[in-house]
Every structure is written in structure tokens, then in C-alpha cells.
Design a protein around this ligand. Structure first.
Ligand code: NAD
Length: 392
């Protein structure tokens, strides 16, 4: 024994798409000797990434089971489509690996439970890809809440307004689908691209209550401006067993870009967190300031493996249970209302073509400010809301 431990062996499953972001996180850690990338897996040819070239000696596989057997990684990053997560996670756990599992981690509460059991049986952990939870700006906000700077919190809301072109929906068979080959996929704005907006609100609810928040009711209106099976625009209101309501107002069909603002309203003022950029404004602040410092999910997982008692995981599977509760409840919601005609403007050509829902940002902002659904704001294109009572 020379006292030197070798860096953990890491593999990435799902190496293209968002997997390239993981390759860019892994590359400097590999170069610095903090981990050893042993394998990339993708069912499609692995695309070159000039920022993160595949290091010499790294195995490239098309089958994750063959990779697990051949390279025995200690940490597996899973960045495949959501409906493949559970199977791949179970296989990786069976070979003794810890996981960094992309969001949404699973697609139902039953799958959440199954994965919880599989983790316990294997004695391993899963960090879920909600990277905004590692934000120092979020911690600054929750510290301000704990210090009473907002008084009593009366509501948490978020507005995010993005654009997604035709290419986005054409890139993969699961994109924009509710199910694929009979398997749930649920690739809606709430569950996938804007899931971080939902999760940040849940994290704030968690900080306020001091425990995992328990959603008891959802009310949701879902819309689409394309022939997809899920929402590109939605307003979701969540009521909890205790604590203030959450209102999520999001679109992928925006005329103007709103990165993602989370507003916490209290009796003594309000706070605004732009979660993708870590910009924060607290009551009394004259200007919005950037709060630097994000803990990376992979680095946190590596540190946790070395010293679990001193380094808690940022996004353990258990912390995502309320998110999956909401996702699970959305499975039964009716098909989103298709909006077309004069309500929608088309801009651009080919794969870059974008569809805008006219005035959507104004509707989403009003919804967030009032804690209301579009149908309650007398928006002409509003559909009847869907309400579900949850076990809580
Ligand atoms: N954390 C984030 O901000 C963030 C951002 C984007 C995507 N995601 C998540 O990352 C995951 C992947 O999303 P994406 O947009 O990159 O999807 P994608 O379909 O664009 O890419 C997925 C990749 O996985 C590969 N793949 C599919 N099945 C596979 C299998 N069984 N084994 C190995 N490779 C397989 C595909 O060939 C493709 O290259 C999803 O869970 C998504 O929600 C997270």
C-alpha cells in the first residue's frame, strides 16, 4: 500500500445530445486525474466534440451492458432518453456503480419506488441531474428566507419562456411524445426542458417547510402550438399539505426570451432568482446581483463517495420525489389544447423554424403574479383546467 488511491472509473451512457455537456464536465476532471473516464456508450456513433475529445484508451460501446461487464465503472452517468433510465440504472447498480442520473430520473412514482429499492439493495447512491440545485444563489435565497427577510411567504412562482425550433422536435424519436412504442415518455415542457423551473420552486418549498414538500393538489392547463403529443406551454398550480402554493408558468413558444425567473412573495417583500444565471434580487437590494458559485453534480457525487457523512448529495433521488409526484399526476391530464391560426406566428425556415404563441409571455407573467391559471384570467384561448388530488 502506498496510500495513493486511484481515481474513480467513470462511464457515460448516452454520449451525444446533452451527453456532450457531461463530456465537457468530465474532460477537465479526467485531465486533472480526479476521475478516469473509462467508457462512452451510445447506440449512435459518438459525435466528435472539439472541447472534449475522447481521451486515448477510453472504450466506446453501443451496448451499456457490454460496457459495464468490460470496464466495471464505479460511477455511471446516465444521459439517455428518460424512458430508458430505470433499466440502465438497475443494470449499473447491479455492477456496483453509483449514478449520476439525468432528469427526469424516472417517469412514475412506481418507478421511483423501484429505483429507491434498487439503490438500497445495492448500497449505492443516485444523484439526479437537477444542476440548478447546486447554485449558491439558491442557497442565498433560502438563507434569506430562513432569516425572515421576506416575512411570511405567501407564494412561489416561476416564469420561463424559451423557444424550440423544429429541429429540436425532430432530433430524437421521443421528442415531443407522450409515449413511444407503448411506453410513457412524457416529454412536455414541464417535465423536461423546464423541469429545473419546477424543481427550483420545490426546493424553495422544501426550505420553507424544513422537509420534503408533499403536493396534495395539482391544477394545470396545457397547450401546444405544434402537432406534438405534450405541452409546449403550460401553467401548473401546486398546493401542498403545508406551505404556500407554487405556480409554474412556462412556454417553449415565446416571442421574447425569459431565461427562468423564480419569484418568492412574502409579507415583507419579494425575492427574484433567475435560476439559469444565478442572478438574485432580495428585498432591499437596489440591483440584481449575480451570486457566483455552483457546485457541480458530478464533483459533488465524487466528494460524497469519499466522505458521505461530511458531503451530502445535492440532488439525491429522495429529494426528487415531489417532482416525480407532479410528473406522475400529469400522466393522466388530457391532451394539451392545440392553438393555431391567428394565435400563432411562424418565423424562420427549415429546421430552425419557430412558432410563437402571441402574447404568451404577458399571459404567463400575469398568471405568475396572481397565482392564477389562464382560464381564471379570461384568456380567450384558455382551456378548462385539469385538477387532480394526490395522495399527499
Ligand atoms: N440537466 C439538463 O439540463 C438537461 C438538458 C438536456 C437534457 N437532459 C436530459 O438528458 C437526457 C438525454 O436528453 P437528450 O436531449 O440529450 O436526448 P437525445 O435523444 O437528444 O440524446 C440521447 C442520446 O442517448 C442515446 N441513447 C438512446 N438510447 C440509448 C441506450 N439505450 N444506450 C445508449 N445510448 C442511448 C441516443 O442515441 C442519443 O445520442 C434526458 O433525460 C433529458 O431530460 C438534461
Amino acid at each position: 500500500m502506498n496510500g495513493v488511491t486511484s481515481p474513480p472509473r467513470v462511464a457515460l451512457i448516452g454520449a451525444n445530445g446533452h451527453g456532450r455537456s457531461h463530456r465537457r464536465v468530465i474532460a477537465p476532471l479526467h485531465a486533472a486525474g480526479r476521475l478516469r473516464l473509462v467508457a462512452l456508450v451510445d447506440v449512435r456513433p459518438v459525435e466528435d466534440d472539439p472541447v472534449a475529445p475522447v481521451p486515448p484508451g477510453v472504450g466506446v460501446f453501443t451496448d451499456h451492458r457490454a460496457m459495464l461487464a468490460a470496464t466495471r465503472p464505479e460511477v455511471v452517468v446516465i444521459c439517455t432518453p428518460p424512458h430508458t433510465h430505470l433499466t440502465i440504472a438497475r443494470d449499473a447498480l447491479a455492477t456496483g456503480a453509483d449514478l449520476l442520473l439525468e432528469k427526469p430520473p424516472v417517469l412514475s412514482l412506481a418507478e421511483h419506488e423501484e429505483l429507491t429499492w434498487a439503490l438500497a439493495a445495492a448500497g449505492r447512491v443516485a444523484q439526479v441531474g437537477f444542476q440548478s440545485l447546486g447554485s449558491a444563489a439558491l442557497t442565498a435565497l433560502t438563507d434569506a428566507l430562513a432569516a425572515g427577510r421576506l416575512g411570511t411567504v405567501t407564494g412561489i412562482s416561476t416564469v420561463a419562456a424559451w423557444q424550440r425550433p423544429d429541429d429540436y422536435y425532430a432530433r430524437s424519436p421521443w421528442a415531443g411524445r407522450r409515449s413511444l412504442n407503448g411506453q410513457p415518455v412524457l416529454d412536455g415542457a414541464l417535465v423536461n426542458p423546464l423541469a429545473h423551473a419546477v424543481m427550483q420552486c420545490l426546493a424553495i418549498a422544501e426550505a420553507l417547510g424544513g422537509a420534503t414538500p408533499r403536493p396534495v393538489t395539482i391544477e394545470v392547463e396545457r397547450y401546444r402550438v405544434r402537432p406534438i403529443e405534450v405541452e409546449d406551454t403550460a401553467v401548473l398550480r401546486v398546493l401542498f399539505r403545508a406551505g404556500p402554493p407554487v405556480l409554474v408558468a412556462v412556454t417553449l413558444a415565446a416571442e421574447e426570451f425569459v431565461a427562468g425567473e423564480v419569484v418568492v412573495a412574502g409579507t415583507a417583500g419579494q425575492a427574484v432568482l433567475e435560476y439559469p444565471t444565478d442572478q438574485l434580487r432580495l428585498p432591499g437590494d437596489v440591483v440584481t446581483r449575480r451570486v457566483p458559485g455552483r457546485q457541480g453534480l458530478l464533483e459533488n457525487l465524487l466528494a460524497h463517495r469519499v466522505d458521505p457523512s461530511r458531503v451530502p448529495l445535492i440532488a439525491p433521488l429522495a429529494r426528487t420525489a415531489p417532482f416525480t409526484t407532479l410528473l406522475d399526476a400529469l400522466r393522466a391530464a388530457p391532451e394539451p389544447r392545440l392553438l393555431d391560426g391567428d394565435l400563432v406566428t411562424t418565423v424562420g425556415d427549415g429546421g430552425q423554424r419557430i412558432r410563437h404563441l402571441r402574447g404568451v409571455v404577458d399571459v404567463l407573467r400575469r398568471a405568475a403574479e396572481r397565482g392564477a391559471l389562464p382560464s381564471e384570467l379570461a384568456v380567450p384561448w384558455a382551456a378548462a383546467s385539469y385538477r387532480a388530488e394526490l395522495a399527499g
